[in-house]
Design a binder for this molecule. Structure first.
Ligand code: ARG
Length: 626
């Protein structure tokens, strides 16, 4: 079954632009033409960066697959392709190796020219986006009247980083915070706060939390329901009935409050808005500390969609994709037993109904050709159902009918060192505030300790300045650990390891950045002089660094394609390593001649700029002194 969307569906925008700075772009072009000349047909030349400089800078891998397809000897085919490839001014040495690889070593002038282009590019060689539709990122997703927990921290950090990547790629990005700000649990809390005459003006998040939980307990008739279900006898049942009368009353009251809220009763709406305000203060505080761009302008919670829910039911009914099941409305799927419930028999709507309304809003009104839901992996089935239901009615299309890609980026849990969900030292559940405070404290302790060394660039800085760097270090540690692994996996929250200045950590990269900034500072070289100095790539270490710098744009393009934020971290770690190799092999401030000194300073400046830009994709600040 497939729906007929109102607008014609154009092909999804799969064409992705390539970086002109990337030597692989030129090689791709030249070898594609050569393959066409040899085989008469179009094929991907499969250009890859060489893993080992011994085999040149790039490898062309297509010959093996092509020979298999057409029959024939892959090495001979590789020779043939190589003969036809126009590589004048591009490659200095090429050879066929192994079963049919073509190893390519770039002409130094060609490499230098690309690097020159990179250093003059405003965007590090990232080409303008081809897809003019928006990217929608569902992030954060906190629930009103509840403490933000580490899961929401991940949803916020990962979502913000992806948003930054797409902004870097020149896309229009919507950060959508799908707050849990509507429905019975909130009415329950609200009803209780009013009954207990809590002062809304001085309400705190702790009050909200306590009352949220208390409201759940006081309305709970779970034991009674169980007793009824398990036929535990009239006598016991009568006991339960009496015991649970207050719960019934509280629930009645909550339902009345919900009706008042739904009908727009001014007094209740004002109290409800206050609940949201108190909840969101913590989020904005955390956002500021974390350097994530999430503010009031991103709030489009469940309540926003309340008037669109009936329309969802109607749309499914009209298209014939829903059916009534004992008074409830469900969407059945051909390939699974369980249908998606979109309206309860009492007329109530569900989490999924709201998500369907939100999804339609994101594709049709925000014009998203890519909608990424950064939400806990445990909601996988929910999103699978919602996406499939949306596809049935053709809601996965933008304003102009282009197909929208819907992705649930389900991330894993944050675990303590005991591999169990994270707890504080006193055994409490870790709140976000605890975690951020601890990270900043530990970061500051580390920075203060290092500043004691009289040779440290931070020696003698004021406690306030040190605390500022310390906070940046602590937050970098948390964010890097969160973003640099496989997002779908659980990860162990180990501040000791995360905060170290050595190893695969955020602070290590910040430190590399600060060291380069210090070299540049010491050089006292004027920017204009630097900019006009020729780049000289003489040493293999300079060459390796240059090649990697040129890989920045393709790496960012890859993250846009794969949503794998860990590629940024891996790239930057490699950049820091190559820079260290270069710095050991090639004296910069004490270079033999003035030309080498200027060229190397330019390499330093480029590396620093790329490091800072890469860290900014993680929303990590890069201090100049550490
Ligand atoms: N409030 C939800 C929760 O805490 C997360 C919202 C995720 N976004 C969405 N569109 N469903 O589980």
């Amino acid at each position: 079954m497939s729906a007929t969307p109102s607008a014609p569906v154009s092909a999804p925008c799969t064409a992705s632009p390539r970086s002109a700075c990337d030597p692989a772009t030129t090689l791709d072009e030249r070898f594609r033409a050569a393959i066409r000349a040899v085989t008469g047909s179009e094929a991907d030349p499969q250009i890859r960066a060489s893993a080992n400089a011994k085999f040149g800078d790039f490898q062309v891998n297509a010959a093996m697959a092509l020979a298999k397809e057409r029959g024939g000897n892959p090495r001979a085919l590789a020779e043939e392709i190589l003969k036809r490839a126009d590589l004048a001014g591009i490659a200095s040495a090429c050879e066929v190796a192994g079963p049919g690889f073509i190893n390519v070593t770039l002409e130094t002038e060609f490499l230098t020219a690309r690097l020159e282009e990179l250093s003059r590019s405003q965007s590090f060689g990232i080409p303008p986006a081809l897809d003019r539709h928006a990217v929608v990122i569902d992030l954060c997703g906190v629930n009103v009247a509840k403490q933000m927990h580490v899961g929401h921290l991940r949803a916020t950090i990962i979502g913000d980083s992806l948003a930054r990547v797409f902004e870097r790629l020149g896309r229009k990005v919507w950060r959508e915070n799908h707050l849990g700000d509507w429905g019975l649990p909130i009415a329950m809390t609200l009803a209780r706060l009013i009954r207990e005459r809590v002062n809304f003006a001085t309400l705190t998040l702790d009050d909200l939390n306590t009352n949220y939980r208390a409201a759940q307990v006081e309305t709970s008739t779970a034991d009674l329901d169980a007793a009824t279900r398990f036929h535990c006898g009239p006598h016991r049942l009568a006991e339960f009935e009496i015991q649970y009368e207050p719960a019934r009353g509280a629930m009645e009251n909550a339902k009345k409050t919900l009706v008042r809220l739904q009908s727009g009763d001014a007094e209740i709406v004002r109290d409800w808005e206050r609940l949201i305000e108190v909840t969101m203060e913590q989020v904005y505080d955390a956002a500021r500390i974390l350097h994530v761009k999430v503010g009031p302008e991103n709030n489009r919670g469940e309540s926003f969609f309340r008037d669109r829910l009936a329309g969802v039911i109607e749309a499914f009914a009209k298209s014939g994709f829903s059916k009534s099941d004992q008074g409830a409305i469900v969407v059945p799927f051909a390939d699974r037993e369980r249908p998606l419930l979109i309206q309860k028999s009492d007329g109530g709507f569900l989490y999924a109904t709201t998500d369907l309304a939100a999804l339609r809003f994101r594709t049709a009104e925000l014009d998203g050709s890519l909608v990424v839901y950064v939400v806990d992996a445990r909601q996988r089935d929910h999103f699978r159902d919602v996406f499939d239901a949306a596809r049935l009615v053709g809601w996965n299309t933008t304003k102009d009918g282009a197909e929208s890609t819907l992705v649930h980026l389900g991330f894993g849990a944050v675990l303590g060192s005991d591999k169990k969900p994270l707890k504080t030292r006193s055994g409490e559940n870790f709140t976000l505030k605890d975690l951020l405070d601890e990270a900043c404290e530990r970061g500051t302790a580390e920075v203060v300790r290092r500043a004691e060394d009289p040779n440290a660039p931070t020696h003698g800085l004021s406690p306030k300045a040190l605390a500022e760097i310390g906070a940046a270090v602590g937050i970098a540690a948390v964010k890097y650990a969160d973003l640099s692994g496989d997002l779908t996996k659980d990860y162990v929250f180990d501040l000791d390891r995360m905060i170290a200045f050595e190893g695969d950590t955020g602070p290590y990269l910040q430190y590399a950045h600060a060291r380069i900034a210090s070299i540049l500072g010491k050089s006292n070289e004027n920017d204009a002089v630097l900019a006009s100095a020729p780049l000289l790539l003489r040493d293999p270490a300079e060459r390796a660094l240059a090649l990697h710098l040129l890989r920045y744009a393709p790496m960012v393009l890859d993250v846009g394609r794969t949503l794998e934020t860990n590629r940024v971290g891996a790239y930057l770690a490699q950049l820091a390593t190559l820079f260290n190799g270069f710095y050991q092999a090639c004296p910069v401030l004490k270079a033999d001649d003035a030309a080498a000194r200027l060229s190397r300073l330019r390499l330093c400046a480029l590396t620093r700029a790329v490091l800072a830009d890469g860290l900014s994709l993680y929303g990590i600040v890069a201090p100049n002194r550490m």
